[in-house]
Design a protein. Structure first.
Length: 199
């Protein structure tokens, strides 16, 4: 009788150990091998894709890749133009006095609110014409600050006084941020806020 109990205990122990080993296999070892196999398959597929892309077949696969890149760049440029257009609409709706300038610093767009604050039409502001209406005491300082800002991709943050078409002076605060790409400066978005009333 004692021998039968001992065999039963041994059988139970074997079952317990087997169950533990099976659980270890299911929870740890099998997932490890599955992950390893999945990673190997991913690397294999990546190599196959590279191989098929670079395989010589009259150069068409490389040409196609270049065309895809060019198309992607065009799409990005169109999206950026859409963003700028939407930004322009939003700022105009909120009556912000703002402008855009090109990579050389010449004003390319003056908002209606900017024209109101400065008391000048866009024809007096576009390009570098805006500089002519800054009072002589501020002109050189502002021109130097503007050039420094563009050349160093640094925020333009200045106060100066602008001569309006009605002969009055308007003190303003200007803040401008430069847009940059891998090739360098690509333009500026700036805003102006009046400081006090025209005098």
């Amino acid at each position: 009788m004692a021998k039968e109990t001992s065999v039963a205990e041994i059988a139970g122990s074997i079952t317990t150990v087997s169950g533990g080993l099976w659980g270890f296999w299911i929870k740890v070892v099998k997932p490890y091998f599955e992950r390893k196999k999945k990673k190997q398959n991913e690397i294999y597929l990546m190599i196959q894709n590279i191989h098929s892309e670079l395989r010589f077949n009259g150069g068409s696969s490389i040409k196609d890749a270049v065309l895809r890149l060019e198309k992607g760049q065009s799409t990005i440029l169109y999206k950026l133009e859409d963003i700028e257009e939407n930004q322009k609409i939003s700022l105009n709706i909120n009556k912000v006095a703002f402008w855009y300038s090109d990579s050389d610093g010449g004003c390319t767009y003056a908002s209606p609110q900017l024209e109101i604050v400065l008391g000048r039409g866009s024809n007096d502001i576009l390009g570098n014409k805006w500089l002519a209406w800054i009072i002589p005491e501020d002109k050189e300082r502002i021109f130097d600050a503007w050039r420094f800002s563009i050349e160093n991709k640094f925020v333009f943050d200045e106060e100066y006084t602008f001569k309006r078409s009605d002969g009055k002076h308007q003190k303003v605060w200007a803040l401008a941020f430069h847009k940059t790409t891998s090739s360098g400066h690509s333009g500026t978005l700036g805003k102006i806020e009046p400081i006090g009333e025209p005098y």
